[in-house]
Design a protein around this ligand. Structure first.
Ligand code: SAM
Length: 289
């Protein structure tokens, strides 16, 4: 079997394994995982992969077959900045449900692997606005995503960069509060996938503590209302511009009290009665009803 045929088989098996690990049945998403070449987005091999006990282990050589596991792959190892875990993204993207022709805003695109997946899902009649804060990574993403005419890569702070109304805003970095830009920029019916992490949520978190240091919420806009639900624990790189001391403190206290999984609404005010409120910051709250 020639190498490309072998990799096509490996990618198809990987897609099945990743969706199974995520507990997701989604034929379009499986097809996207099978179609996108991870080796086109993580730099030249051999690669550093996070294996057991969260250490980097080099792949034996530059055979792309090693990239098709449910592991994180180093993008900037000295900062422990990685291409994220495929099954986590399968779960989160499935929750976002990017449909053909939609506009997706991807905040924290890294070198572009999951942006390519999103671009595949919305198809050429849709588009993806990819925003990356780190200049080197933004340049890598721009080069890697050049074949995708319906993807625009912007170097900048995704909490501030203006964008057209979005059907999906897919945030891949941990914030302590929702950015006004995201809540304003969500189209009616749009879905925001937003990781919220305390300062213990990256590097420091022991695996058994991750649920009480980081939570991903799915926010769906319905007119002036924002429905909210907890969809995953998470440990993730901090979101530049998406954090401040006061909301970090409030979030850490809320995590200590539990109840994140009972959140049903995001309000754009901080006047919600205590008994209904999981966490509040200046001008926003996540609440139970
Ligand atoms: C955990 S990495 C994920 C990268 C990519 N999604 C992947 O899995 O390959 C988080 C990324 O978010 C970027 N980032 C952090 N804050 C950001 C912001 N405010 N706007 C845009 N990107 C940001 C970081 O530079 C980093 O590349």
């Amino acid at each position: 079997m020639d190498k490309q045929a072998e990799l096509a088989v490996v990618r198809a098996a990987y897609a099945k394994q990743i969706l199974a690990a995520a507990g997701v049945t989604d034929a379009r998403l499986a097809q996207a995982f099978a179609a996108i070449h991870r080796e086109d987005f993580v730099g030249p091999g051999p690669w550093l992969i996070i294996r057991w006990l969260r250490n980097y282990v080099p792949t034996p050589d530059a055979d792309p077959v090693y990239l098709y596991t449910d592991d994180l792959v180093a993008l900037v190892p000295e900062r422990r900045l990685n291409n994220g875990q495929p099954s986590l993204h399968a779960h989160l993207i499935h929750q976002a449900q990017p449909a053909a022709s939609e506009h997706v805003v991807h905040v924290g695109t890294g070198a572009g692997y999951y942006t390519a997946l999103l671009a595949h899902l919305v198809g050429p009649s849709g588009r993806v606005t990819a925003i990356e804060y780190d200049a080197d990574l933004a340049a890598r993403a721009r080069a890697n995503l050049a074949p995708y005419a319906h993807v625009t890569v912007i170097e900048g702070d995704g909490t501030q960069v203006p964008f057209d109304a979005a059907d999906v805003i897919y945030v891949n970095a941990g914030c302590t509060r929702p950015a006004t830009r995201w809540l304003d920029g969500l189209a009616d019916g749009g879905r925001l996938i937003m990781p919220m992490t305390s300062d213990q949520g990256f590097n420091h978190a022991a695996p058994e503590r991750i649920a009480s240091t980081g939570a991903v919420f799915r926010i769906e806009r319905r007119g002036a209302d924002y429905l909210a639900k907890w969809i995953s624990p998470v440990a993730i790189f901090h979101c530049a511009g998406g954090r401040d001391e006061n909301s970090e403190r409030a979030l850490a206290e809320a995590f200590a009290c539990g109840g994140w999984d009972k959140v049903t609404r995001l309000y754009r005010d901080d006047d919600i009665p205590d008994e209904r409120c999981w966490v509040r910051g200046a001008g926003w709250s996540l609440a139970y009803h």
